[in-house]
Design a protein around this ligand. Structure first.
Ligand code: SIN
Length: 298
């Protein structure tokens, strides 16, 4: 049973934020969903201070071995989330991690304080792939901005703070170090890679926002390399993700130093992928001694 930031989990496979709608899944599958819930903890879709409608369609475009998305963070806002979604997510049979984003420190602080005050929440993931409205800089691309944000948020809660790293930087390990120095309990990586595609029928951008983020097996070797670089730079636990589609993929991330792995794009193809990958991972870990060894060296 893995332990992550003081939280006991049944297995090391969680979902990547925004890739599995547990409330909709329960509507479709009913309480049967709880009998074989695909993840050992549930990470919510990112919430923002105010409600957002999200982007115009088209929001998703398939690419070879992956997909580009720009959904635009549709959500009910902090108050709507706390009133409507949180009570439903709290009924899931696994610990809840809430993903939050804001464009200035004051709003981020309000989000973290509001979410952390709820007993139903086990941990908070900070989505820092957003601009700071004051500086115009993407927080997660700047070690200084990331550290300053963590220093502002750290005193607000004793609950684990996980920083979701963007891969769209030359040195993600520098941002990871800044997060750790600011007081983060863990980092998760990678978020999606900046990407574009043109619709051959129109010659125009395939998704309405013009560009989006690439995920899926296409990004897996990049994710693994960034995870290795970050593992060498920080002591805090890592959640590894990026195109994980099988237990063998997950075992690579664990051997490279991840405590947990997250499944994202694969869940769109197979909503039970998390359970399958967790079972395959168990088999992988028991029959490949080198990987088990790597785990014990952690
Ligand atoms: C979205 O466009 O909704 C996803 C962006 C993100 O979570 O960073």
């Amino acid at each position: 049973m893995p332990e992550f930031c003081g939280i006991e989990l049944d297995h090391p496979v969680v979902n990547a934020s925004g890739t599995y709608d547990a409330i909709a899944a329960r509507r479709v599958f009913g309480d049967e969903l709880f009998g074989d819930f695909p993840f050992s903890a549930f990470v919510s879709k990112t919430i923002t201070p105010e409600a957002r409608a999200g982007n115009e369609p088209r929001r998703i475009w398939e690419t070879p071995a992956g997909m580009i998305n720009s959904i635009g963070l549709p959500n009910k806002g902090l108050d709507g989330f706390l009133a409507e979604d949180l009570p439903q997510l709290a009924e899931l049979p696994v610990p809840l991690i809430v993903s939050a984003m804001a464009t200035n420190r004051e709003d981020f602080s309000r989000m973290v304080a509001g979410v952390a005050a709820r007993d139903e929440v086990a941990a908070i993931e900070l989505n820092v792939s957003c601009p700071n409205v004051h500086s115009g800089l993407i927080v997660g691309e700047q070690p200084g901005e990331t550290e300053a944000l963590l220093e502002a948020l750290r005193p607000l809660t004793g609950k684990p703070l996980i920083v979701k790293l963007t891969p769209n930087v030359a040195n993600p390990e520098a941002v990871a170090v800044a997060a750790e120095e600011g007081g983060a309990d863990a980092v998760s990586l990678i978020n999606t890679l900046k990407a574009s595609a043109l619709d051959p029928a129109t010659g125009k951008p395939a998704i309405a926002a013009g560009h989006g983020g690439l995920s899926g097996p296409a990004v897996r070797p990049i994710a693994l390399q960034q995870l290795r670089a970050v593992r060498a730079a920080v002591e805090i636990p890592l959640v590894g993700m990026g195109g994980i589609s099988s237990g063998a993929d997950a075992a690579e991330f664990i051997a490279a130093g991840a405590t947990l792995v997250a499944v994202g794009t694969e869940s769109f193809r197979d909503p039970q992928a998390g359970s399958r990958i967790a079972k395959e991972l168990e088999t992988e870990m028991s029959r490949v001694p080198a990987r088990v060894q790597a785990l014990h060296l952690e």
